[in-house]
Design a binder for this molecule. Structure first.
Ligand code: NAD
Ligand code: TYD
Length: 353
């Protein structure tokens, strides 16, 4: 396969690129990324120079650039991850979310359709894998889990833009026959996640002696999955997923935010004790809630388990510890990603201040 991975310089992207480049030396892995505040080439250092890896800087809204990339690299598979991904940013302004997540996905679909048509006579599997989120389903009450039959009911501008993209992907399958499928995954954690998201934010703020801002009462629930488990699911979906289908991916690993932040504090107390024997949980600060804050996400992953033989391999206990250690060992990377456009937004707008 010659695979175009969009958003390959972001959190899940860099983990996926490294997984695919190492697992498939005979494939061609082409990363296309605009390097927004969320994309970082330093994160791709481990694959730089590998024969099966190429990086293209570009925007998924740029049709001319997309056509060139599809032609030049004879692309026959797309793993589409490029997106604006942070809910809090989408609350302050949704414009970039519409541009990238909706218009960008549409432009990519059109470019893919054109490349797929040219290649249609060939015998190889041609596939467009759309990487989406469980947030499109909206919120759960205290019981139940999202299945692939749960109706879309997005509550944040972020999830509304992702839902729109998912509908276009589905429509291109139904209308044009483009071989597409969508995966809807729960919250990921692991190395290279930007420190605007809950887990890395708490690790860094704790060690820097800053407040640990918990929204509302901290009783919102997320279903956490180690990023490499997500990457393995995407690999399976790419090779074996049925076109026109959606697959839920999740860790069956629900945590309230306050319990999770408490667990991170305990790990830090053990791995990097604060001066004077003070517990890091003394830095927890309850701040005004996020508007429209979804109460609970939980995934029923029966379909991907039964059809594609996927299951999560990482325990949360080990995965979270490894993640805390990774951040403590990579403070230079954190400094780098927190400079420039990231800092400009964050210093002015951060909701938890
Ligand atoms: P991220 O914000 O860390 O990375 C996004 C990447 O997309 C960045 O490298 C950025 O430079 C790039 N990008 C943004 N706009 C672009 C554009 N117009 N053209 C080209 N590149 C552009 O996001 P992430 O957490 O790695 O998420 C990746 C994908 O997975 C997203 O589609 C997201 O909706 C989805 N997802 C994320 C999670 C999660 O927990 N992080 C869970 C489920 C699904
Ligand atoms: P986040 O990592 O932004 O992911 P998402 O909103 O896509 O689930 O947030 C995870 C949970 O943590 C969510 O319920 C919001 C909450 N949260 C805080 O309480 N404080 C924070 O500073 C952040 C960033 C998130």
């Amino acid at each position: 396969m010659n695979i175009l991975i969009t958003g390959g310089a972001g959190f899940i992207g860099v983990n996926l690129v490294s997984y695919m480049v190492n697992k498939y030396p005979d494939y061609k892995i082409v990363v296309l990324d605009a390097l927004t505040y969320a994309g970082n080439l330093q994160s791709l250092k481990s694959v730089e120079g590998k024969a099966n890896y190429t990086f293209v800087k570009g925007d998924i809204c740029d049709r001319t650039l997309l056509d060139k990339a599809f032609n030049e690299h004879q692309i026959n598979a797309v793993m589409h991850l490029a997106a604006e991904s942070h809910v809090d940013r989408s609350i302050l302004s949704a414009e970039e979310f519409l541009r990238t997540n909706v218009m960008g996905t549409y432009t990519l679909l059109e470019a893919a359709r054109s490349a797929w048509k040219d290649a249609e006579a060939g015998t190889k599997r041609w596939v467009f894998l759309n990487v989406s989120t469980d947030e499109v389903y909206g919120t759960l009450g205290s019981t139940g889990a999202f299945t692939e039959q749960t109706p879309y009911s997005p509550n944040s501008p972020y999830s509304a833009s992702k839902a729109s993209a998912d509908h276009f992907v589905r429509a291109f399958y139904e209308t044009h026959g483009l071989p597409t499928l969508t995966t809807n995954c729960s919250n990921n954690y692991g190395p290279f996640q930007l420190p605007e998201k809950l887990i890395p934010l708490m690790i860094l703020n704790a060690t820097e002696g800053k407040a640990l801002p918990v929204y509302g009462k901290g009783d919102n629930v997320r279903d956490w999955l180690y990023v490499e488990d997500h990457c393995r699911a995407l690999d399976l979906a790419l090779h074996k997923g049925r076109f026109g289908q959606t697959y839920n991916i999740g860790g069956e690993n629900e945590w309230t935010n306050i319990k999770l932040v408490g667990r991170i504090c305990e790990l830090l107390d053990e791995l990097r004790p604060a001066a004077g024997g003070r517990g890091y949980d003394s830095q927890i600060t309850f701040v005004p809630d996020r508007p429209g804050h979804d109460l609970r996400y939980a995934i029923d992953a029966t379909k991907i388990k039964d059809e594609l033989g996927w299951h999560a391999q990482h325990s949360f206990e080990q995965g979270l510890k490894d993640t805390v250690l990774w951040y403590l060992d990579n403070l230079g990377w954190c400094e780098d990603v927190r400079s420039g456009a990231y800092a400009e937004y964050y210093d002015k707008n951060y909701i938890g201040r």
